[in-house]
Ligand binder design. Structure first.
Ligand code: HEM
Length: 150
């Protein structure tokens, strides 16, 4: 059973899957576009990237709200800090990539593609590791859950 606030439920666990799934799919589309030399894959990747970046904003905002609703035991403090810091780094990385891509009018310059996709992959790796720490908070330390057994 999950602990909830009386005013607003904790929607962080519901929202966090969107950026992970969307941004992983976006990078896959970009890579497929390069491998198959098909521009439409990159176009689709761009739309999915925008949706995923909005998802990160939602995950960060709901995470900040979840922080005030759940009890974080002392042994989980380091994991929580790693989770939170990686979330901020990830959000910064994807915000920068979004602005960069907008500056290129949504089309990645061929000469910058390698750097763009490398930074995308690095940001995605931070997102995965940060989300893994989030899972540790819940499934190892029981943050945000109460035992269903009385
Ligand atoms: C990129 C942004 C973020 C992602 C992808 C993310 C991902 C996750 C994941 C996967 C979980 C485990 C949820 C579950 O399986 O039930 C989790 C839990 C948690 N996260 Fe995040 N998180 C993000 C940002 C943040 C931020 C910025 C904070 C706080 C400042 C935060 C605080 C928490 C807390 C307190 C929990 C445990 C309680 C709960 O499930 O709400 N998260 N997060």
């Amino acid at each position: 059973m999950r602990l909830t606030c009386e005013v607003m439920p904790n929607i962080h666990p519901f929202l966090v899957h969107f950026p992970v799934a969307l941004l992983t799919t976006a990078l896959s589309f970009e890579v497929l576009g390069v491998l198959l030399s098909r521009g439409e894959f990159s176009k689709a990747g761009w739309w999915i990237q925008m949706a995923g970046t909005i998802g990160i904003v939602a995950a960060v905002l709901s995470g900040l709200s979840a922080k005030s609703q759940v009890f974080i035991p002392l042994p989980a403090a380091g994991t929580f800090d790693a989770h939170q810091q990686l979330a901020f780094v990830t959000a910064g990385g994807f915000a920068a990539l979004l602005l960069w891509r907008l500056g290129m009018r949504a089309k990645i310059d061929p000469g910058r593609r390698f750097l763009y996709l490398t930074l995308f992959a690095a940001s995605l790796a931070c997102l995965w590791v940060g989300a893994w720490y989030g899972g540790e908070l819940v499934y190892r330390f029981g943050v945000g859950v109460v035992s269903p057994v009385p």
